[in-house]
Design a protein around this ligand. Structure first.
Ligand SMILES: Cc1ncc(COP(=O)(O)O)c(C=O)c1O
Length: 490
């Protein structure tokens, strides 16, 4: 898995060809879209004066990491990795940033375990003091902090991982386990074997939001949960240390900081409209819209946290590519988050057609992309009427001969139509038409299609590289402009 193909050989093979010329299946990124999504986050964090930390787990590439941190020479390069190999592969890029005067820090975002220590120590040694952060959520992990140093690393910066409701990893606030962990980390800091950077949450449960901007509530809850733990740390901590960082985010919560009403000057938002707490969509009575948007609460929360001398940091990972799960979460309104923002697709071919085979007697189609090309990541059916919402494994993008296909709209996932991946086996994907039978758009054997996957992180994992197109190239939107090699493996 850790063996990587050569970018130069892949570029020779693919650059200049179009998506109609290459073997399938392939995973494709649209540079125009991923770059725009990265810039939206960088601009929002800067507007709100929040620190920014980019997770690279979705794409695991040097090229997209560069877009996530931007090229502003004065801003620090704060990154998160989900595997050690990502940290190792980042080293040359991080050294480049250091040479250019940017402060770097990479966080390994899995609670520490014994076998990761030697490799993390090597990463720390290569990057210098203060460049490695680690995550801890149990007292029994604390001894690994000194092992990191005795294994050749520098004393690491540490995030105490807090469970804010997702129940995946993290210590639960206000429990004996949390108090014990705080004490152990402060003892480690006093002993000089680590430096407590702050507290960290990942609001994975925010993926279950289904109304525009609803994830902003989860963002406030993340900050509030972390504040409780950080106040307890402050009470016990020796004076004179750097302010604690409260680091929050998952793509739904983090991207809500893009709401224009969060920044105002004299009652006017940054997009020039009056600030009245309403969403930037037309009309407010829609079932998918949360009213009022909780911007007022978040604004005063951010203000009070800054006054309490916390450093506020936002992190996210899947926001550059987005995917069907993110459309379902409605973290922004449909003007600022819709299918046209998705930067990833799986290129496949229609290999067979089965007229009248589907339960509603419409056609089914076979594509050469099954679960190992697309991923089998569900979208939870949280609709009021069970079975009504989208529960497919991907949606066909309007593209090429099929540019007239419907795309997920404002009421997605409750209302959905078009060609969807209805079932998957290893290499086989079965497309089924959702919507009225009379609206079915005919497919033909041999046709190329692009599938928006449910969850980009899992889709990418099955592929060694991305083919990169740039939809800004008018008339050449399908031309491959680059190939980005992924850092797969562990
Ligand atoms: C620890 C941690 N932090 C942050 C993120 C980023 O979340 P998202 O992919 O929703 O942006 C993830 C993703 O799984 C994560 O595991």
């Amino acid at each position: 898995m850790a063996v990587q193909p050569s970018k130069d050989i892949l570029r020779d093979q693919f650059v200049g060809k179009t998506l109609n010329d290459v073997v399938t299946p392939q995973v494709v990124l649209d540079l125009a879209k991923v770059e725009a999504n990265c810039n939206l986050m960088l601009e929002a964090a800067e507007r709100l004066q929040l620190s920014w930390r980019a997770h690279i787990k979705t794409h695991k590439t040097e090229e997209l990491t560069r877009l996530q941190v931007g090229d502003k020479s004065s801003s620090p390069v704060n990154l998160i990795v989900s595997t050690i190999i990502e940290a190792e592969k980042l080293i040359p890029l991080l050294k480049e940033y250091q040479q250019n005067g940017r402060k770097v820090n990479v966080l390994y975002s899995f609670p520490l375990y014994q076998s990761c220590i030697p490799r993390l120590a090597a990463v720390s040694a290569a990057l210098g003091a203060g460049a490695l952060s680690v995550m801890v959520d149990h007292v029994d992990q604390v001894p690994y902090l000194s092992t990191l140093t005795t294994s050749g690393g520098h004393p690491p910066l540490v995030f105490l991982k807090v469970d804010v409701g997702g129940h995946r990893a993290g210590v639960i606030p206000d429990t004996p386990a949390c108090s014990a962990l705080i004490s152990a980390l402060l003892a480690s800091e006093t002993a000089g074997t680590s430096i407590l950077l702050g507290v960290y949450s990942h609001a994975g449960h925010s993926y279950a939001s289904r109304k525009d901007w609803e994830a902003m509530n989860y963002l406030s809850q993340e900050f509030e949960g972390l504040r409780r733990v950080a106040e307890q740390v402050k009470e016990k901590r020796a004076p004179g240390r750097d302010p604690l960082v409260l680091s929050v985010g998952a793509t739904p919560t983090a991207t809500t900081i893009q709401h224009p009403d969060l920044v105002e000057t004299n009652g006017v938002t940054t997009n020039g409209t009056a600030t009245n707490g309403t969403p930037a969509t037309n009309g407010t009575s829609h079932p998918n819209i949360l009213t009022p948007v909780p911007t007022t609460h978040l604004k005063s929360l951010l203000k009070s946290l800054k006054t309490s001398n916390f450093t506020l940091e936002v992190h996210a990972g899947v926001y550059p590519t987005l995917d069907i799960q993110q459309l379902c979460a409605h973290a922004r309104d449909s003007a600022s988050l819709n299918a046209s923002y998705i930067g990833i697709t799986v290129l496949a071919e229609i290999c067979s057609l089965y007229p009248s085979r589907s339960p509603n007697s419409s056609t089914e189609a076979l594509v050469n992309a099954g679960c190992i090309a697309i991923g089998r990541e569900p979208v939870a059916d949280l609709g009021a009427v069970k079975g009504e919402s989208y529960v497919g494994w991907g949606v066909l993008m309007p593209w090429g001969e099929l540019s007239g296909l419907p795309a997920p709209g404002r009421e997605f996932p409750t209302k959905h139509e078009g060609w969807e991946v209805a079932s998957l086996s290893q290499e086989h994907g079965i497309l089924r038409w959702a919507g009225k039978a009379e609206d079915e758009v005919a497919l033909r054997v041999g046709q190329r299609v692009r599938v928006w996957p449910n969850h980009s992180c899992i889709t990418g994992a099955a592929h060694a590289y991305y083919l990169v197109v740039d939809s800004r190239n008018q008339g050449r939107e399908d031309e491959i402009v680059d190939v980005w090699v992924r850092w797969n493996g562990w």
